[in-house]
Design a protein around this ligand. Structure first.
Ligand code: SAM
Length: 202
């Protein structure tokens, strides 16, 4: 088991990515064809920077990636990436302003994770709240037919999140990457074909 985990850690180092999480996005991109040349992408919870780096490569010089995280990145990015440090959900922060300015997006990614407590119920509830907030951002700032990827810790709330996503996307799938740590309870929900902002959206 350990050997398998080490494989992705070492591979990330060799491939010059700051985190092994890049392979999760790569797997999802391969399966769902998420990223494309020229896209405008929002990456929520982007530090240390692997997903943004991969997305930058896929969208190319004509595309843009807005990367937001509470923490700073561990790397420098190509020109198509703008990294803003701050809370994704604070509309008055620089991060909140940049998100409004750069919208609408073709694809919104959220690999956000809460600080874990080790208490299963608390961690799941926090993860669910983050995922629901990310969906709220997606509903406000996605282009019609856009895509959405969100991470959540498996738990009883997952059905509710899936139902919410299903109400605003043509297709919703869940995905457990092979490159996730074996013991990890994380799962990704992928919404494709955004149907447009709901009329009750503030
Ligand atoms: C698993 S890491 C993301 C790894 C990243 N996708 C990569 O490939 O390098 C989760 C990140 O979510 C961020 N995060 C959690 N809550 C946030 C919030 N409210 N606003 C911005 N970032 C947040 C954390 O700071 C953390 O860096």
């Amino acid at each position: 088991m350990k050997k398998y985990q080490d494989h992705f850690f070492k591979k990330a180092k060799k491939d010059n990515y700051p985190a092994r999480s890049v392979y999760k996005l790569k797997e999802m991109d391969k399966k769902f064809k998420l990223l494309d040349f020229g896209q405008n992408v929002l990456d929520l919870g982007a530090a240390p920077g692997s997903w943004s780096l991969y997305a930058a490569d896929k969208v190319g010089v004509k595309g843009q990636v807005l990367a937001v995280d509470l923490n700073g990145p561990d790397i420098s990015f190509p020109d198509q990436v703008t990294f803003v440090q701050g809370d994704v959900f604070d509309p008055d922060s620089e991060a909140g302003k940049r998100i409004r300015d750069k919208a609408p997006f073709d694809l919104i990614l959220s690999d956000m994770a809460p600080k874990t407590t080790g208490v299963k119920f608390t961690d799941q509830a926090r993860s669910f709240n983050l995922a629901m907030e990310a969906l709220h951002v997606a509903r406000r700032y996605l282009k019609a037919r856009g895509g959405f990827v969100v991470k959540i810790l498996e738990g009883p709330d997952i059905q509710e999140l899936q139902k919410e996503i299903r109400s605003v996307f043509k297709k919703v799938k869940h995905f457990k990457p092979k490159s996730s740590r074996t013991e990890s309870k994380e799962i990704f929900l992928v919404g494709q074909g955004f149907l447009g902002a709901m009329s009750d959206e503030p």
